[in-house]
Design a protein around this ligand. Structure first.
Ligand code: 1CP
Length: 351
């Protein structure tokens, strides 16, 4: 299976080429803020069934590309398809988000099996195959997975959480058994990402959305090291694949993730200062980010000023314009169109 050459602005930026203006895509660019997404979503009750219906996943992946002409599409799926494929019970409650039959004891790990991933997630890989064929060649297609710590958060809490006390208590009190779960997730995520690459994605993003709940001295062990093991495992199977790491809300500990031999780019959240990032991170590695998703809700001059500030700080180095976290449902689609215009019309001044 031959992967596409690094075509288009997004992939060439990750490969080191500079353009007058940066490429742009947005985390959660497919979703409830788009009326055309809500219309397709309304045809399937269960969110997982929606993710596993290729025609629907393809359609909602393409919607934001048609509307805004982003430089990258991200396949419509969810990070929780991995625990579902491993054999944990996962469901989504309307207006409440994900629910899982929580793991409470290491004796339950034996019920989780990587052997089911290829079959169970075959609809995701089929959606990737057809989406890649439907996209313009210059638009990159991204695959993704949750990083092991973030997946473990949901698998042990059984849902989202305010303080992640259960997962942290387990990691702190029983690091050996917590490590077994992380090891299993490293292998499962390598498989899932490799299958996505084989189906046609041009790059992948690893979401460690909850890394920031860990104290700094635990971050290496439970967030960064598993992500590095995934990058190594994936590159053994697909040496050229670009990997973007998104360890959210880790603050200046972002310096630990500044590893250009391992990650092709670092996605920075809204809490990271653009000036600091330009000085400490960008000379070493391509950055992606980091407009506050709520600025995209506010729109107008406030959004314009903030987008220009980010562009003026980071637009001179290797950079992909994005948000600091996902698009929220109350975002007016017109503000997204306006943001794309701002980024595409930016004129780099002196750095
Ligand atoms: O339609 C709906 O009502 C469901 C809302 C929704 C959507 C649109 C969920 C449930 N997942 C998704 C899609 C999704 N999830 C994508 C698709 C592609 C795109 O970006 O356009 C991606 C990349 C994700 C990844 C994801 N899911 C993350 C990591 C990124 C992040 O936001 O930090 C996480 C943490 C999840 C879990 C999840 N799935 C859905 C919700 C509401 C949540 C978050 C719950 C929580 O806050 O704990």
């Amino acid at each position: 299976m031959s992967r596409q050459k690094a075509e288009g602005k997004f992939l060439q930026t990750l490969a080191g080429t500079r353009f007058p203006t940066p490429p742009i895509w947005l985390m959660r660019q497919a979703g409830r803020y788009l009326p055309e997404y809500r219309a397709v979503r309304a045809t399937t009750k269960s969110f997982l069934e929606f993710c596993y219906t290729p025609d629907k996943a393809i359609e909602v992946t393409l919607q934001p590309i048609r509307r805004f002409g982003f430089d990258a599409a991200i396949i419509f799926s969810d990070i929780l398809v991995v625990p579902d494929a491993l054999g944990q019970k996962v469901w989504f409650e309307e207006g409440e988000g994900p629910k899982l039959e929580a793991l409470t004891d290491p004796s339950q790990f034996g019920r989780l099996s990587r052997a089911r991933i290829a079959d169970h997630l075959a609809p995701v890989y089929e959606a990737i195959r057809q989406t890649r064929a439907a996209l313009p060649p210059e638009t990159a297609l991204l695959g993704f997975a949750g990083a092991p710590f973030t997946l473990a958060c949901y698998m042990i809490e059984g849902s989202g959480s305010k303080d992640f006390a259960k997962v942290k208590t387990w990691a702190y009190s029983h690091p050996e058994s917590f490590g077994l779960l992380i090891d299993l997730l490293v292998e499962a995520v390598v498989d899932h990402l490799a299958y996505q690459v084989e189906a046609g994605v041009n790059g992948v993003q690893l979401f460690d959305s909850w890394a920031g709940v860990l104290p700094e001295e635990q971050l290496f062990h439970w967030s960064l090291d598993p992500m590095m093991r995934i990058a190594k495992g994936l590159r053994e199977r697909h040496p050229e694949v670009p990997i973007i790491a998104f360890p959210r809300a880790v603050g200046p500990a972002m310096l630990m993730y500044r590893r250009p031999d391992t990650f092709s780019a670092l996605s920075i959240d809204t809490g990271i200062g653009a000036h600091w990032a330009a000085k400490e991170l960008q000379p070493h590695i391509c950055l992606q980010g980091n407009l506050d998703p709520i600025m995209l809700v506010a729109g107008g001059q406030a959004m314009e000023r903030e987008a220009m500030r980010i562009l003026d700080k980071l637009g001179h180095g290797p950079f992909v314009f994005n948000l600091g976290h996902g698009v929220v449902p109350q975002t007016p689609p017109d503000n997204v169109a306006h943001l794309v215009e701002i980024v595409r019309n930016w004129k780099p001044g002196a750095p």
